[in-house]
Design a protein. Sequence first.
Length: 314
Amino acid sequence: MAEEKKAVATRDSYGAALVELGKEHDDIVVLDADLAAATKTGVFKKEFPERHIDCGIAECNMAGIAAGLSTCGKVPFMSTFAMFAAGRAFEQVRNSIGYPHLNVKIGATHAGISVGEDGATHQCNEDLALMRAIPGMVVINPSDDIEAKAAVRAAYEYVGPVYMRFGRLAVPVINDNEDYKFEIGKGVQLKNGRDLTIIATGLTVAPSLEVAKRFEEEGISVRVINIHTIKPLDEEIVIKAAEETGRIFTVEEHSIIGGLGSAVAEVVAENKPVKVTRMGIRDTFGESGPAKELLKKYKLDADGIYEQINKELK
């Protein structure tokens, strides 16, 4: 019953995690591009004003500053909207951070169509594809508050460039169990099943669990896998699902081109060819509107995911 669960926006989790890490490690420096209130790095600024740098509306320059700081023993977290972190600053992220494989963490908030009323220009549905293509870049898309906080900590502990994707919309907390463990590059099987597998990432994980329960009531056994790390992808969990269930559906709040769906399809095609159906944004731009209405229109809520899978199965 997801509606009864506590809901938290992962951008809030990001800000909270930075503060906690900042208390433990004095080498953390947070950079923002005039959006600290929105990206939630403002809470870090309040706690550690001397370790927060507002670079102004100059995202490309921010990437260069972060790169420089990382060569001086600092661990910089550069933050802005996904559209600007992955889109506007792509060249600097590629050449100044990715190419020299520097220890820079990118906290990209307001990703996907759930940015809502900000519209197509700000709804980045291409960031996972862009960042995934940069050699050596780790790409993480957490599903809830608990996973987001764990991801920020894991990113700090990892030496090298990391891209983290966070959302504006509050999402249900689904990983509130004692045995939850976050590990970069390791998928999490949330539910076992034998007839088909749903592989989801980010805010689509919670509705995918709802869909699995719905199918279970109809006698269809559905496995649900949460892929929080798009790169490096957990190939083992994907191949096992292909072998044991024979049918895979991927779901993401991102273009079906170049993101989770593409990554899964590549692994399946090379190792255990079974049919893979990609669900996400279908080669189109977003539009302005309330986040939940947009998720409904683009069939990324529970009803939409269920409808798409049901149509395929029939």
